[in-house]
Design a protein around this ligand. Structure first.
Ligand code: MIC
Ligand code: SF4
Length: 650
């Protein structure tokens, strides 16, 4: 039987296990990436493993999230990351060089390779034909040390593309359409593979927009074939030798096929507060807009910026709109500066921000109270912009510019007249480039540094490590949460909190506060306890802090209807039990404050089926741990580091 592309890459990297859907396998990791807001923790964990140098083909430490430096904290993190990375053989992409996923596409990604990154949008690399997976910092630390990455063999879904996007309809509309079909939990345990004759009509940056937002589907990865378009992109980056052609076999099988006609797509928007709350832009038009932001790892490529510049040429944004543009990398910004497009963007009324994540993670540009903000980003979770009352819409760059010009939500086809200034006549040529100017002077190569001293400023605090699972696990139900709780709810991140990513005690004061401001106080007063949740608990960011902070607050278990993949792994790696209601109806029987008890916990956890007594209400119910033997043993040991220690001792 023929193999699909996902299976081919996995087969080439398989270390253990059988490639049977749902079974645990482990794969060799060629490349890793970290960014600063998860990186500090990942490197502290890597240091705790006592491995002198990375064993991957390429590991890169990006600094792109916390670049405001409003106090010494960010700068302490940056210097720690720079020094520890260079001392361990890791390449450093310095602040201002760009957003990790954009720079990785430009400078390091390669077809057929595996990439593990401590950021949920690592799958962006799938646009180049890599199997790129987001994970928690501990898993990335293990991979840097040469350890295999364990995952369940994913089911592979095919999205078969045909036709060609019409002008002003964009790759963003493709992924928003897929999100409207599959939803934010439709990708859990799955890889989404793009196939069909329509693939050749999408450039690498467009493919990367699509694979980037596969994270919003909850997918393990998304992948495109590597073809002539990929080769041309790598050639323009001066990296043609990194190319190898890759595609699925003609007889490849998929668990499900979604057919999509690119020429039939129209501009779409994800409405507040979920990336799968998708509607046609024309159905929501006329809503007054206060802020428009272009950028983020989803839509900040040279192509995106050139399209924005072309649409803005000779126009001005509407009065009352604040319009920000963050190019994805220094390479993109330099190219815009050289060819004059930057001037068109400035003339249009844009505020140019640094090549960094910026407003996407609430690092500045929080909109005013009750504002409507239209963003070319990937997440519009409640409160993520830094303004709780703001309504954030996610759209393509084209739609975002149309909104900025019109001052209200508008379909770009209604704003940009096809005949006016000829933009649309030459649409397909915009942003095509055969050679980028390469300037890696903000990339530090570890081979050029020796004897680097690791610098630890006062903001670098030790991370909590769990202890072995107790015989009896008991405590109160501290909170009962609805479906789709994100890691932004569990551990919010904005310009005030992001500087404390290496200070877990400080962050613990904010755990789950977007849903319940009293939660941290209650958790401390009760000396820990249980969290109860609905479906897809922990979707979104890969931040391990959403497990480390609950660990610090002595949360012993989360009982949910289902979990998002990365968060469940983070809980296991930190020894917090991820329990899944065997009968989802039991969810509504638990009330806040109920005393829960798990007797003979180690034995039950090892078996994968746990009986939980609700001591207050006087009944018992069953929960499952849907993780392989190795991970259940890890839970009994008290997390990955303790488990690894036990293994080396025995
Ligand atoms: C995000 O987009 O939420 C982040 C910030 O990039 C996170 C990582 C983090 O929380 O540090 C992610 O996507 O994993
Ligand atoms: Fe940065 Fe936003 Fe991308 Fe996360 S989603 S990596 S915060 S740009």
């Amino acid at each position: 039987m023929g193999l699909n592309l996902t299976q081919k890459i996995i087969k080439e990297h398989l270390v253990s296990g059988k490639m049977k859907t749902g079974e645990e396998i482990s794969i060799r990791i060629d490349q890793t990436l970290t960014q600063d807001s998860t990186g500090t923790m990942a490197y502290l964990q890597f240091e705790a493993m006592n491995i002198p140098r990375v064993k991957t083909k390429k590991s890169v430490a990006y600094i792109d999230h916390n670049t405001l430096q409003s106090g010494f904290e960010n700068a302490d993190d940056h210097e720690y990351i720079r020094s520890v990375a260079l001392s361990k053989g890791i390449t450093v992409s310095r602040p201002g060089n760009g957003i990790c996923h954009q720079v990785h596409l430009e400078r390091f990604g390669a077809p057929g390779m595996t990439l593990l990154g401590s950021d949920s949008h690592t799958p962006t690399g799938g646009g180049l034909g890599m199997l790129a997976i987001g994970a928690g910092g501990l898993d990335v630390a293990v991979a840097m040390g040469g350890g295999a990455y364990f995952l369940n063999m994913p089911e592979v879904i095919e999205v078969r593309l045909r036709g060609k996007l019409r002008p002003l309809c964009a790759a963003k509309d493709v992924i928003l359409k897929v999100l409207s079909i599959l939803t934010v939990k439709g990708g859990v345990g799955r890889v989404v593979e793009y196939t069909g004759e329509g693939v050749k009509n999408l450039t690498v940056p467009e493919r990367a927009t699509i694979t980037n937002m596969g994270a919003e589907l909850g997918a393990t990865a998304s992948v495109f074939p590597a073809d002539a378009v990929t080769k041309a992109f790598l050639k323009a980056e001066g990296r043609e030798t990194d190319f190898r052609p890759l595609k699925a076999d003609a007889s490849a099988k998929y668990a499900r096929t979604v057919e999509l006609d690119l020429s039939g797509l129209e501009p779409l928007a994800a409405l507040p507060h979920s990336p799968d709350n998708v509607k046609a832009v024309r159905d929501v038009q006329s809503v007054k807009v206060d802020q428009v932001c272009i950028g983020s790892c989803t839509n900040s490529s040279f192509l995106d910026m050139m399209r924005a510049a072309a649409l803005l040429k000779g126009r001005r944004i509407a009065p009352g709109v604040s319009f920000t543009v963050s190019p994805g990398s220094r390479q993109v910004l330099t190219a815009l500066a050289r060819n004059g497009a930057l001037a068109a963007i400035l003339d249009g009324g844009a505020r140019i921000l640094e090549c960094a994540c910026g407003p996407c993670i609430g690092m500045g540009q929080s909109p005013r109270s009750d504002a409507v903000s239209v963003r070319s980003f990937n997440r519009n979770f409640y409160g993520r912009s830094g303004t709780k009352s703001a309504e954030v819409y996610l759209t393509s760059v084209e739609t975002a510019v149309a909104c900025a010009v019109a001052g209200k939500i508008a379909d770009p086809r209604d704003v940009f007249d096809a005949t006016e200034n000829g933009v649309l006549a030459g649409w397909e040529k915009i942003g095509k480039i055969s050679k980028f100017e390469i300037n890696d002077n903000l990339i530090a190569d570890p081979r050029e540094y020796s004897d680097v001293q690791i610098t630890r400023g006062p903001n670098i605090q030790p991370f909590p490590v769990n202890t072995a699972l107790a015989g009896i696990v008991e405590g109160r139900t501290l909170i009962v949460l609805p479906d789709n709780i994100t890691t932004d709810h569990i551990m919010p991140s904005d310009s005030k909190l992001l500087p404390y990513r290496s200070n877990i005690p400080y962050l613990s004061e904010y755990c789950l506060t977007p849903v319940d401001p009293e939660f941290p106080k209650r958790a401390k007063a009760e000396n820990g306890g249980f969290i109860v949740a609905g479906e897809n608990y922990g979707q979104g960011s890969s931040r391990e802090h959403a497990a480390l902070v609950p660990l610090y607050l002595k949360i012993k278990a989360v009982i949910a209807k289902s979990f998002a993949r990365i968060h469940m792994d983070n809980l296991i790696n930190n020894g917090i039990l991820p329990l899944i209601f065997e009968d989802p109806a039991d969810y509504s029987r638990i009330a806040k404050g109920d005393e829960l008890r798990i007797a003979s916990a180690p034995g039950q956890v090892k078996s994968g089926r746990v009986k939980i007594e609700n001591v207050t209400a006087g009944y018992a119910f069953a929960a499952a741990i849907l993780a392989p033997d190795r991970k259940r043993e890890m839970l009994v040991a008290g997390g990955l580091l303790n488990f690894a220690k036990l293994k080396t001792e025995n």
